[in-house]
Ligand binder design. Structure first.
Ligand code: FAD
Length: 234
């Protein structure tokens, strides 16, 4: 796949160790992709050659005039370099890739932990922009309020499309006055918020451990795994 050069137009430090990068194609031709897909970010040397690349879910939706990525800085080979980049820096983008994408389904369950929320925000932005009718729910598990990303975006998305419901669960703290869920996403939490989970298409993204646990829960709920898309890392 060709590698296109993109300029970073903004970098937002959103949670403890997460940065949101927005970038525009230098030649003006934005990648064509489906919500939820990923692309490879390439670090380039002064000759434009790739020195390192990693896959990242696209957090923007196709209607946006830029690509957005939500990246946890873990000080590994790639993220320690991304951490040092400033607005205006150039990277390479290769893609899109992956079968983890959304295609206008109307009964949708999304399950995310940590930065696994990145492709989900792209999917929800698409559902909001198209003002789709249906039942759309995101279960988002995050350690603490400070580690939560996209809080304001969740509010915007729900204002634009009230068919979208967002359930946030905190796994490592119980702040005073918190009205959301607590603990890991489990079967009870799903059946509390979803009337007919069997009649939905599911997307799950996050750490492999969460994906495995969720897969077992969906099987318990008699959900046909052909209706479940999974993407895991970390
Ligand atoms: C399809 C796909 C989509 C992805 N999308 C995203 C995304 O949207 N946002 C994002 O932040 N990452 C995403 N990743 C992970 C990303 O590709 C890198 O693996 C991650 O940024 C670490 O790269 P690194 O070079 O800094 O670490 P490395 O030097 O490659 O790895 C260092 C160590 O950290 C572990 N590790 C990798 N990821 C994590 C993590 N998130 N938390 C804790 N430990 C980890 C590795 O297993 C390894 O042991 C995605 C991965 C895949 C396969």
């Amino acid at each position: 796949m060709p590698i296109n050069r993109y300029r970073i137009i903004s970098i937002e430090k959103t949670a403890e160790d997460v940065k949101i990068f927005r970038m525009e194609p230098i030649d003006g031709r934005l990648l064509s992709y489906k919500p939820g897909q990923f692309a490879f970010i390439h670090l380039l040397d002064s000759e434009g050659r790739t020195t390192l690349k990693r896959p990242y879910s696209i957090a923007s939706a196709p209607h946006a005039p830029y690509l957005e990525f939500c990246i946890k800085i873990i000080n590994g080979a790639m993220t320690s370099q991304l951490e040092k980049l400033d607005q205006g820096a150039t990277v390479g983008i290769e893609g899109p890739a992956g079968h983890f994408f959304y295609g206008d389904q109307r009964n949708v369950g999304l399950v995310a932990s940590g930065t696994g929320v990145a492709p989900m925000i792209g999917i929800l932005r698409d559902i909001a922009e198209k003002k789709l009718e249906g039942n759309f729910i995101l279960f988002y598990s995050t350690k603490t309020l400070d580690s939560m990303v996209y809080q304001h975006e969740f509010e915007n998305i729900q204002k634009i499309n009230p068919n979208i419901k967002i359930v946030i669960t905190l796994t490592r703290e119980q702040p005073v006055g918190w009205k959301g869920e607590l603990g890991r996403i489990n079967q009870e939490m799903i059946t509390k918020h979803v009337i007919d989970p069997k009649n939905m298409d599911w997307w799950m993204c996050g750490q492999m451990e969460m994906i495995k646990a969720m897969k077992a829960i969906l099987v318990e709920l008699c959900i046909d795994l052909k209706r479940v898309k999974m993407e895991g890392w970390g």
